[in-house]
Design a protein around this ligand. Structure first.
Ligand code: DOR
Ligand code: ZN
Length: 332
């Protein structure tokens, strides 16, 4: 099967030695272009930091087009958005405070940024939402309802800024799918490879499948599968591949993140074939994302062969998704 290289509209590429390890593996997984998340430590909050980070990424692979993001925080309120765009920024990522890895600098009050959202709407910069409300002592919020509780905020932002492109990242619930469908052409959603497979039982007690937002109920996973199988053009690939060292995943309090980058395309082909929607892979992975982001068609192509392979136990200290399992495809 021959496909264009994947557009991965949501990936974590980290810093330092981990970055140098992960970037080439990302290309090996079939990705030719990706939207790089800004939750580094410290996060990307200035145009200079984005330029510097992009240079570092490019020094590890000249074969990937890195689309950059900024981390929503007060420093962005006075930033020249046109200059940010020139530095390669396509979007601004909102992390509600405390919901995931490196979100301590994140947002406590989204409404505070309405002026910035208006500016982004004018400049054509995408707002990327980590859609979970933080837990508070007084509320009944928990990781199973945090995404659904966030949805009214997506509706509010869309109604207030109808021409602002908004991506609800890594959707995991039937409710989020329904909400995005209803909101019309400026609102899209990414879906990960692993959320097309996993449910609650698969991560409870199995740290390497634990990520945020967590995989939900069977009917939620089925809603993700159905919307992809229906070839809905506003639901596209964002792997949320998020490497952590084995020790950080396997400790008493494991970090959130599933590492899919090195075999992203084979995982997708395996899952899509298993659930009878292999014919949807091309548009989901290679067309709908770039269309939403208004990007040109990519050049490179990749050939997948229907040959079994066993997922390695680790990639230099990082355990990949489905380690040790058989998958039905390999990239040649
Ligand atoms: O599981 C996750 N890991 N979800 C996120 O939102 C962040 C990511 C990470 O950076 O590790
Ligand atoms: Zn992410």
């Amino acid at each position: 099967m021959e496909l264009p290289l994947l557009d991965d509209m949501h990936v974590h590429l980290r810093q330092g030695a981990m970055l140098r390890h992960v970037v080439p593996l990302t290309r090996a997984g079939g990705v030719g272009r990706c939207v790089v998340m800004p939750n580094t430590d410290p996060p990307l909050t200035s145009v200079d930091s984005v330029r510097h980070y992009k240079r570092e990424l490019a020094s590890c692979s000249t074969d990937i087009d890195f689309l950059m993001t900024l981390y929503l925080c007060p420093a962005l309120e006075s930033m020249d958005m046109a200059a940010a765009r020139e530095a390669g920024v396509v979007g601004i990522k909102c992390y509600p405070q405390g919901v995931t890895t490196n979100s301590d600098w994140g947002v406590a009050d989204l409404q505070r940024y309405d002026a910035l959202f208006a500016e982004m709407e004018r400049e054509g910069i995408v707002l990327q939402l980590h859609g979970e409300v933080p837990r508070t002592p007084a509320s009944d919020v928990c990781i199973l309802n945090a995404e659904e509780r966030f949805l009214p905020e997506v509706v509010r932002i869309h109604k207030s800024f109808p021409r602002l492109r908004v991506v609800l990242e890594h959707v995991t619930t039937a409710a989020a799918v329904a909400c995005v469908k209803e909101l019309g052409e400026k609102v899209g959603a990414t879906i990960t490879a692993h959320h097309l497979d996993l449910i609650v039982d698969d991560w409870a007690g199995r740290n390497h499948n634990y990520c945020k937002p967590v995989a939900k109920y069977p009917h939620d996973r089925d809603a993700l599968r159905e919307v992809v199988s229906s070839a809905h053009p506003r639901f596209f690939l964002g792997s949320d591949s998020a490497p952590h060292p084995r020790s950080a995943k396997e400790g008493a309090c494991g970090c959130a993140g599933v590492f899919t980058a090195p075999l992203l395309l084979p995982y997708l082909a395996d899952t899509f074939e298993r659930i009878g929607m292999l014919d949807r892979l091309h548009d989901f992975g290679c067309v709908f994302g770039r269309t939403f982001y208004a990007l040109p068609a990519p050049q490179g192509r990749v050939i997948l062969e229907k040959t079994e392979q066993i997922v390695p136990d680790e990639y230099d200290g990082v355990v990949p998704y489905r380690a040790g399992e058989r998958i039905g495809w390999r990239i040649v």
